[in-house]
Design a protein around this ligand. Structure first.
Ligand SMILES: Cc1ncc(COP(=O)(O)O)c(C=O)c1O
Length: 401
């Protein structure tokens, strides 16, 4: 077979030969056994454990009863449309002047970078920032400058060399749960006349008094140009959000960003779910407290067991492993103890620094937390922890998912 079809076939064949057969022993790397009703699921980012909450379910049911799908793109939605009104509610929640909803966090990030960067506006990205931001850089045709994780001095050096642009960080990083020193980045961005974008996907709902996220909790909302949020995490829906302080930006985004102009808006039951979830997020302070308690309890215990947690401090706990086969073995062994974590392999990590990510949630009981620790203690030697370190090389090519 020749031509484009032949080339594609060779790529598919090499995926199956090199990855599925040689590296994963014929299995799908990200799938272990199916969990049962008593399993402890740490693969999802429903941090407040509110998906399926009656308040949300009833809102969806009410909406389905009267739903007529608009099936049109965001620029067609009028100011009194429920999606537009919800944009205002989310903006107020994050203490911003304006907001715009997208179909996913991926689209929010890609669309935002597309419309604020360009060939003469470079994008400075933390090396652990989410992969969707790189897609935005490609859409914008902008030069991409990576700086070392959580290193404002390295960012400053890059800015001095390449000039002002768009600086992008995550408030809490999705791979390791490390927290960004936001104030230091705000200062560097201001000193270099650059726009700061903060992806708050893993802090909205979980951080701040009412879950308004870290930027507002630290009083930095007027100094951060844009915040983006995946609403598939603590807000357990299927959407993305961009907020900012310039109401004029919203129409600009809706008419210029690819995901807004060329893709349909949310469905009415998505909007109903998000509105009910926002309501819960704002009032369920007890769940945030529980999440913090669990994080403060499990992290040091896992470190004491010898696990490398890669500099994380928040509710996402990454066990740094070695190669792909190592992380699959660790996952399988933990699953025998009914503890389910998420495998991270390339392109989300480098080849020698794979991760098993445990996303904590507020619904975990003390007994379940003990069970997680017990399982991690029992499996570590069988999983080959002693050998992991020797296989690891510094992470370079991985992209956060
Ligand atoms: C930091 C971050 N930003 C953006 C996204 C993309 O969000 P979504 O799943 O809503 O497309 C994710 C999801 O994995 C994420 O972790």
């Amino acid at each position: 077979m020749g031509g484009a079809r032949g080339l594609l076939q060779r790529r598919i064949d090499s995926f199956h030969r090199d990855r599925v057969t040689a590296t994963w022993a014929g299995r799908r790397a990200l799938q272990g056994r199916a969990p049962g009703p008593s399993s402890i699921i740490l693969t999802r980012n429903d941090y407040l454990a509110i998906s399926g909450h009656p308040h949300i379910v009833e809102a969806i049911e009410r909406s389905l009863g009267r739903e007529t799908a608009p099936l049109m793109a965001a620029p067609f939605l009028r100011d009194d449309h429920p999606q537009t009104l919800l944009e205002g509610a989310f903006a107020r929640h994050l203490k911003a002047a304006a907001g715009v909803l997208c179909q996913s966090g991926w689209m929010a990030n890609a669309g935002l970078i597309q419309v604020i960067a360009g060939p003469d506006v470079p994008v400075y990205l933390d090396q652990r920032a989410h992969a969707s931001l790189r897609t935005g850089v490609q859409l914008a045709g902008a030069p991409l400058k990576i700086f070392r994780h959580n290193d404002p001095a390295h960012l400053a050096a890059r800015l001095e060399r390449h000039g002002p642009g768009v600086v992008v960080v995550d408030s809490v990083y999705s791979s390791h749960g490390s927290r960004c020193p936001l104030r230091a980045f705000v200062e560097v961005a201001e000193e270099h006349d650059s726009l700061l974008v903060v992806d708050e996907s893993h802090s909205v709902g979980t951080h701040g008094l009412r879950g308004e996220g870290l930027v507002a909790a630290e009083g930095l909302q007027e100094r951060v140009a844009f915040r983006t949020v995946s609403l598939s995490k603590a807000v357990p829906g299927r959407a993305g959000l961009v907020v900012c302080d310039d109401p004029g930006f919203v129409d600009y985004f809706k008419y210029e960003a690819g995901p807004a102009v060329f893709s349909s808006a949310l469905l009415p039951h998505d909007t109903a779910l998000l509105a009910a979830a926002l309501d819960l997020v704002r009032r369920e302070e007890g769940r945030r407290t529980r999440l913090r308690e669990l994080t403060a309890w499990l992290r040091p215990e896992l470190t004491a067991l010898g696990y490398e947690l890669g500099g994380g401090t928040e509710q996402i706990i990454a066990l740094e492993v070695g190669r792909e086969a190592d992380v699959m073995l660790l996952r399988d062994l933990l699953e025998r103890h009914d503890v389910f974590g998420a495998v991270f392999v390339p392109p989300a990590t480098s080849v020698t620094r794979t991760l098993l990510r445990l996303s904590l949630h507020a619904g975990l009981t003390d007994a379940q937390a003990e069970q997680i620790l017990h399982a991690c203690a029992v499996v570590r030697d069988e999983a080959g922890m002693a050998g992991w370190l020797s296989t690891r090389r510094p992470a370079a090519s991985g992209q956060a998912t």
